[in-house]
Ligand binder design. Structure first.
Ligand code: DLL
Length: 433
């Protein structure tokens, strides 16, 4: 169902003229209230009167995660604290977190975007939404929560962790929609099997899964194992939280971006040049309705491409292809660029392999090495050594064929690779920095 027919089906020209108007308002707002942007625009020699078309956005400088860190905690806020009703932060792996603030109107818009997203995924009033995204500084839990309430569904604020209890609640409360990371969804399936619960027999119909990269093959695996339709949802705290974009259940192909709230560009991450529509590169997002912390040309580091073709669902907002990964997670192994999701696709296409793997990168006498550790199912693991050797070989050859890199494959016993209740970590890079 389309939640907001008026805005979700706007003709292209109407979207673009709305974008331009809102962009100009946002630029005025940040220019007036955020010294960082004022300085950035001055340094780039841009005068706001020069921004007369959407193309003119390209004259403006990019904003980086480091800029948020440099202005920690509130330096990029465009509203005084007494108008900020919510603060979230993303932990990051090193240093200070990045902090974001929402005005009441920002929360309303976010809730609207999540309501659109749930509706696009096929959720509606009457659904029991089991929300296993973490509640707290992470945006996943509360972001999904407000949207779920907005559409009139019954939301269970589970948060992550305590997997056996999650399953009990799902069974007893009749959860129909599950929201969590794709890796946690698989983990729940595994715990269910251990507990003797047939997860496919639960009332679950849809999984709204995101917050980490996953492959099309992983989707097949989840749909099959859990007996649900698995929908990809994208977002990032710097821009909003969950709900920046979502797949529609009709096509399950590409994530509609709410273009009345965001302008997307794709750039070449090395040259920073804007690429033509359809080409793959780094996603750059400008927010055009946010008040608390608007972002101008934020470099997400996420790699995707814009799909301009119309979608069968009737929404006119353009789609982004499933993220291949982050440019900073891209491994360069002996000069070859590899995303973990590409290796995942290869692994998932091999019979007997489980969807749990870890990539270990190291350096040996100046040469990069890659070890792929992957779990195999019980049956395969108890097979003769010859069978296992053959399987390692098959995986090695498939990776070589697809990606052109030679790796070492280590088949490991079921359940030996660490499971995650939130975002999974699939790469350990031991190379000296
Ligand atoms: O992960 C927000 C979110 C919550 C999205 C729940 C979806 C569902 P951050 O913690 O700031 O926010 O992490 C954002 O996670 O830049 C991507 O690299 C990655 N990411 C998020 N969704 C997807 C996805 C939330 N569907 C970062 N596919 C982003 C691939 C994703 N990567």
């Amino acid at each position: 169902m389309i939640w907001n027919d008026e805005f979700e089906t706007l003709p292209r020209e109407a979207i673009e003229s709305l974008q331009l108007k809102r962009l100009q308002q946002t630029l005025e707002r940040v220019h007036a209230t955020v010294p960082f942007y004022r300085e950035q625009f001055a340094k780039a020699g841009v005068n706001l009167e020069q921004i007369k078309s959407l193309e003119d956005l390209q004259r403006l400088p990019f904003t980086l995660k480091q800029d948020m860190r440099d202005n920690y905690p509130y330096g990029l806020f465009a509203a005084p604290l007494d108008q900020i009703v919510r603060i979230h932060a993303s932990s990051g792996t090193t240093g200070k977190p990045t902090v974001v603030g929402y005005t009441r109107r920002d929360i309303d818009n976010w809730t609207e975007m999540m309501a659109r997203s749930f509706s696009a995924a096929g959720a509606h009033r009457g659904d029991v939404i089991h929300n296993a995204y973490g509640y707290g500084l992470f945006t996943g839990g509360l972001g999904a929560h407000y949207g779920a309430e907005k559409i009139g569904a019954s939301v269970i604020p589970m948060s992550g962790g305590n997997s056996k209890k999650q399953l009990m609640i799902m069974q007893d409360f009749g959860s129909t929609v599950l929201t969590c990371t794709p890796s946690y969804c698989l983990y729940l399936a595994e715990i269910a099997a251990e507990e003797g619960i047939d997860i496919r027999s639960l009332k679950l119909e849809v999984g709204i899964l995101g917050a980490e990269p996953w492959s099309e093959k992983m989707r097949d695996e989840i749909q099959e194992k859990v007996g649900i339709r698995a929908i990809d949802i994208y977002g990032l705290s710097e821009i909003l939280g969950p709900g920046v974009g979502i797949e529609c259940i009709e096509a399950q192909s590409g994530l509609h971006i709410w273009e009345d709230h965001f302008i997307v560009e794709i750039i070449d991450p090395d040259t920073c040049e804007v690429l033509p529509v359809g080409e793959q590169g780094e996603l750059v997002i400008t927010t055009i309705t946010k008040e608390g912390i608007p972002m101008i040309r934020y470099r997400t580091r996420d790699i995707t491409r814009i799909i301009a073709e119309p979608c069968i669902c009737g929404r006119t907002h353009r789609r982004l292809q499933r993220m291949s990964g982050r440019s900073d997670d891209m491994l360069i192994i002996r000069g070859v660029n590899v995303f973990p999701s590409q290796i995942e696709s290869v692994l998932m296409s091999i019979e007997g392999v489980e969807p749990h793997y870890m990539l270990i990168v190291d350096r040996d006498e100046n040469l990069d090495t890659l070890e792929v550790q992957v779990e195999v199912n019980e049956k395969t693991f108890s097979d003769e050594i010859k069978v296992l050797q053959k399987m390692s070989r098959t995986i090695q050859d498939a990776i070589k064929d697809m990606l052109g890199i030679t790796c070492r494959v280590r088949l490991v016993e079921p359940k030996t690779i660490a499971r995650s209740e939130g975002k999974s970590q699939r790469v350990i890079d031991n190379r000296p920095k």
